[in-house]
Ligand binder design. Sequence first.
Ligand code: F6R
Length: 613
Amino acid sequence: MCGIVAYVGQKEALPIIIKGLKRLEYRGYDSAGVALIDQEGLNVYKKKGKVSELENHLTDKGTLSSTIGIGHTRWATHGEPNDVNAHPHYSSNEKFAMIHNGIIENYDVLKTDLKNKGYVFQSDTDSEVFMKFIEDIHKNNDCSLEEAVRLALHKVVGAYAIVIMNIEEPDTLIAARKGSPLVIGVGKGEYFLASDATPIIEYTNQVIYLDDYEIAVIRNGSLQIKTIENVETNPYINKLEMELEAIEKGGYEHFMLKEIYEQPRSIADCMRGRLDAKNGRLVLGGLRDYMNKFQNADRIIITACGTSWHAGLVAEYLFEEFARIPVEVEYASEFRYRNPVVNEKDFVIAISQSGETADTLAAIELAKSKGATIFGVCNVVGSSIARATHAGSYTHAGPEIGVASTKAFTAQISVLTMMALMLGYQRGTLTESKYVQLLNELEKIPSKVEETLQMNPHIEEISAEYKDARNFLYLGRGYNFPVALEGALKLKEISYIHAEGYPAAEMKHGPIALIDEEMPVVFIATKDNSYEKVVSNIQEVKARKGKIIAVVTEGDTTVKSMADHVLEIPDTAEAFVPLLSVIPLQILSYHIAVMRGCNVDQPRNLAKSVTVE
Ligand code: F6R
């Protein structure tokens, strides 16, 4: 995880770096630091805590004038979060300073070796080892720093995005990546480097996505990119489509609430240009060249982590119902290590908001090596997963800054729903009339989400009643089972209340033992195939005095007569219910977390982009 930012040009580097770090804080927020070159030399400033702590620390230092600088916001992997383990890390001679996002797996061997040579380490980090390893190569080979970086990259094992400054070349930044993202913003005589485009967008919309095993050297206002084999490449300059307002709070108290409220628009954006119900048309450009493989696949394997995995579970129901192809949904972290049976007839779908999740990337590489076709469903344009897959469809949800995923989840389900409908239609497992009927219903989802959001004040009242609960149970069946899992995940990650999601029918196989008058149980009990069964489960909970909060279809009276609270969502096709039923659960977790005084946008111990396994 971690976020990195660097700048070289004619402007003051520090404000650009601090602002950029704040934008990247979602990637990690346990410590932060910067390195600058001014009249007094190469100086590193770092502080435990958020970027604002670093800012306070810097105000005591007077004016720090530098037109070059690097900055880092950390999510600890090696070594506890404290000032010393914060980045940047100096070389021993303090001539170089480096920021690193990633993880060096062979750092222990390198460290022992360096210690034997007399190097002393200030921190417990793998990154300091990396810096000193480069320094050692530089010293022993009497070569340029650039060459030392190149040689070092042949020896380190793991993932990295790094940027290095050198006091002897005060107009030069050296950067490299493998496995962790690095975007270069190209301005007029100035360059910005960052883990994603959010710190850059304000200054330029021209960006280069550095590739794995590439080294970028920005010297004297010009950029050169070479592979680690020393072959110069001709970088492609992409135009960013992102708007600045998309990464600001826009009047909302938290990004999470803003993103929950953006869902009518983000779902509509996701469908724009793809779904045209009036003319019975549905086209996902990314699928065009792979439709044949998709249609004739023996099996669909979906791999993802966390919330994206829940979207994958919804897709399992969708693909099996509409297209009649067997589906397996795999945690990427398990899939990559369990020697799975995969072959050329498998169509693998990797789902990821960030497009940087290390386990999902590794699962993709594994499936690719076995000949499967890999399709990505990602939100971040140009991300590692988007580039590692054979083809894909972006979710177009816009930047998601709150650590708890909300609009990305509904956008993922929207893409997967469109894929399932296209596939079912092409395979003939969905009749023309059913297909057209579903397309028409799908097109209404954004306005139904809008309607659902109007429950916010009512949910806030309910939240006040349950904010001190110690446990929650979320129960749903069919399409609503993954929604129950997602509701529970949202609550635990931002409010730190223990919550479990279960298929409602599984309750009597264990969780029912937990139910007493202290236990709130959230049922997702919409009118669908399993409605009657879920109603029976509600009765079972009521008989044991559990508190019932039920998400129901508008107009439902049966559940209303049993539940303590009902949250009514508009009626829709059964397969599209998750797009609506998850909304009240997102809002519930948001209010409970706010009422408990939790930092909803940056919950403890978490980071948005999990680039370590
Ligand atoms: C939960 C959440 C995480 C992510 C997971 C995968 O709110 O955000 O569970 O869903 O870390 O991340 P991506 O989708 O970026 O691969």
